[in-house]
Design a protein around this ligand. Structure first.
Ligand code: SF4
Ligand code: SF4
Length: 252
């Protein structure tokens, strides 16, 4: 499969004359196409450093642009604009304005890690995609993704009880993302589960949904985890030069 390149030529910079005759030769239409020159002055020299400071982005400096990540990428196979190699290139040369043109698709990485296994330089492109999506959120270029909101709900419940109860996680996630609880797929899944589930297990799950089980003596562990998460958030914000890096964590 060929590597799909993204053109650095913006469509608005392509100029074509509908009607142009030069030295008696008709060069109308695409024959007269030229590219308006563009001077890039907005390099962000800290971009690579900022991505490297976020979890997953640590090894971005190792990339030698072979393209194996893009070539093996699950999402690229259905959307050629999804191009990890190209985004790593942009990050390394500090072209954040170009990167922002693709800000609405970078989060689409499905974490299949095919790129991770294909990369000859142990860059962990999947991690770089996650770090880049995280960077976009922290810098306010994109709203919190559903994946981030799920992580926050999950973490909040672990911190509160030291346990995970799937039904409660789904309800909390739907509430955070403004989704209705009664969704067709969920109802169908519930019905199928009810048909197959042993009665005792079903009872246990029902009880857990109402009565919230907790890990015994969880308080100190929860405090330690919360403090660590807070430290990490502050560290990431500081690396990005964001205000509030001295404040407590933002997880719900
Ligand atoms: S982990 Fe993400 S970037 Fe890597 S191959 Fe899968 S979809 Fe593509
Ligand atoms: S496979 Fe690894 S070294 Fe090759 S372009 Fe992708 S990240 Fe860079």
């Amino acid at each position: 499969m060929p590597i799909h390149e993204v053109s650095l030529i913006r469509p608005e910079n392509l100029k074509t004359h509908e009607k142009l005759v030069m030295d008696g030769v008709d060069v109308s239409g695409h024959w007269s196409t030229f590219i308006e020159s563009r001077v890039v002055t907005d390099y962000n020299e800290k971009l690579e450093e900022e991505i490297a400071a976020l979890p997953g982005g640590e090894h971005i400096h190792r990339c030698w642009q072979c393209g194996s990540c893009t070539n093996s990428c699950t999402v690229n196979a259905v959307n050629p604009d999804f191009n990890p190699r190209y985004w790593i290139y942009l990050i390394r040369i500090g072209m954040d304005s170009e990167l922002l043109r693709d800000k609405d698709i970078i989060w689409q990485c499905v974490s299949c890690n095919k790129c991770t296994y294909a990369c000859p330089r142990d860059v962990f492109p999947e991690g770089v995609m996650k770090a880049t999506a995280h960077w976009l959120e922290l810098q306010g270029h994109t709203p919190k993704s559903k994946s981030t909101q799920f992580d926050e709900e999950f973490s909040a419940q672990v911190l509160a009880t030291g346990k995970i109860e799937e039904g409660r996680i789904i309800r909390g996630f739907f509430a955070r993302t403004g989704q209705p609880l009664m969704q067709e797929w969920l109802v169908e899944m519930g019905k199928r589960l009810a048909r197959k589930l042993p009665v005792l297990m079903g009872l246990r799950m029902g009880l857990a949904a109402v009565w919230r089980p907790r890990t015994r003596r969880w308080g100190k562990t929860s405090e330690a985890i919360a403090a660590y998460v807070g430290e990490q958030d502050a560290k990431h914000r500081k690396a990005l030069g964001l205000a509030g890096h001295d404040q407590e964590r933002t997880h719900g």
